[in-house]
Design a protein around this ligand. Structure first.
Ligand code: PA5
Length: 407
């Protein structure tokens, strides 16, 4: 994975890099997600062997950090790999969505992973109850924090249980059992996923190539967060569709907060775009709109396939014959390069590019850990508690009151 920054960081900011690095080294000792790339996956594999071999479909019931990470990885790899089982994600209480899922799965041959760190998330529990009523109890595994109410249900049902460590926050939990268990169940190589994350960990903490880039980028984002308060991730492949959703949750829920040492509210707003289609919707706003956005291009070097455009000519379309014999991977990469160059010509839009080597587990593992580190660095610099989300509590409280009134 490469990350090329096309903006410069002023000299006095560079002097801050050491200070920032030391602060994150301190944080690394306490915050659980930093250590996930070093997990031993043997226990997961052994435990999964005991599940019914007839299972065809896997459904993850969870929301936010309890589903988005695995969804991002699975959907990134899906066009490239053939999986032994199908994996579905059920997050929403939307009845149409529930109905739609039921139409797609073979209910008798489905296994459900009920995932919730707190073990009390309303959406997850509602969906759990619905399917519990329709299926046998052996069709359920629970992934939760030890001793959570849901963990206690697992005990009561004698269901297979996987722990979420206490010091790993929901949106930073994809490399824990939250993501690894369902992904391993369908045949994702979770060791390679962790290997990719480990490479970025080592590169950052052991003076590798990514350290300087990440520190510079975080310093730039934090220093300029009032002017460039929108961070666009422009990903050039449909297979990043759910990765950008994961990024939106990670960035938004981690960085939009009241500062720890002031009475001010701060935040960086994530936007996820998919190229080339969003060139035909959002690009105009980036190119000529207010200068309040940074743009990160996310591209794939090797798409690992060889589809190309046939040598067909239509007289009225003669001027597009330059497309003939061109491979689609060359085309999409030329498209992202052209948009990148056009933005760089504006001179007042901060641009960088992340290039993933391949469509495989190692590459997506690297990308995940890169973004987790970047979030931690920026969170530290803008003085927020990156790992909590007090802002979502009030709405939940109001809903609970409303539910009581419904009775
Ligand atoms: O990042 C977070 O902590 C949240 O987005 C949670 O993942 C989300 O609210 C779901 O919570 P839980 O896993 O407790 O069901």
């Amino acid at each position: 994975m490469e990350n090329i920054l096309y903006f410069t960081v002023r000299q006095n900011l560079l002097r801050k890099k050491n200070e920032l690095f030391e602060a994150i080294k301190e944080e690394e000792k306490k915050v659980g997600y930093y250590h996930l790339p070093f997990s031993n996956t043997q226990k997961i594999k052994v435990q999964l062997q005991h599940l019914n071999s007839e299972i065809q479909d896997i459904v993850v019931i969870g929301i936010g950090g309890s589903s988005l990470g695995a969804k991002a990885v699975y959907n990134f790899l899906k066009p490239q790999k053939s999986f032994a089982k199908r994996l579905f994600f059920l997050e929403s209480t939307d009845p149409l969505n529930i109905q739609n899922l039921i139409k797609q799965i073979n209910l008798e041959k489905t296994h459900f992973f009920i995932i919730s760190k707190s073990g009390t998330t309303l959406e997850t529990i509602a969906l759990f109850k619905y399917f519990f009523n329709k299926c046998k109890k052996e069709q359920f595994s629970i992934i939760s924090e030890l001793n959570s109410p849901l963990a206690k249900v697992a005990k009561e049902l004698n269901a297979s249980f996987f722990e979420i460590p206490k010091n790993v926050g929901g949106r930073f939990s994809v490399l824990s059992n939250v993501g690894l268990v369902p992904l391993a169940m369908v045949g994702v190589d979770i060791d390679k996923l962790l290997l990719g994350a480990r490479k970025i960990y080592k590169s950052f903490f052991e003076d590798g190539y990514i350290k300087d880039t990440l520190l510079k980028k975080a310093l730039f984002y934090a220093k300029k967060h009032q002017q460039f308060h929108i961070n666009v991730l422009f990903a050039y492949s449909e297979s990043f569709k759910y990765f950008v959703q994961w990024y939106i949750q990670l960035w938004g829920e981690s960085l939009g907060k009241r500062q720890k040492h002031s009475i001010f509210n701060v935040g960086l707003t994530p936007i996820g775009l998919i190229g080339p289609e969003d060139q035909h919707s959002f690009l105009q706003l980036i190119m000529e709109g207010t200068r309040d956005k940074t743009i990160t291009f996310l591209t794939i070097k090797n798409f690992m396939q060889d589809l190309s455009i046939p040598d067909i000519s239509f007289e009225p379309l003669k001027e597009l014959d330059m497309l003939n014999n061109l491979s689609f991977d060359t085309l999409i990469n030329l498209q992202s390069q052209s948009i990148k160059e056009a933005l760089l010509m504006q001179e007042d839009i901060p641009v960088d590019e992340i290039i993933l080597e391949n469509v495989d587990e190692e590459s997506i593992g690297k990308l995940i850990f890169y973004y987790e580190l970047l979030t931690s660095l920026v969170g530290y610099l803008i003085d927020v508690n990156t790992y909590n989300q007090p802002g979502v509590e009030l709405g939940k409280k109001i809903l609970k009151e409303k539910l009581k009134d419904c009775k």
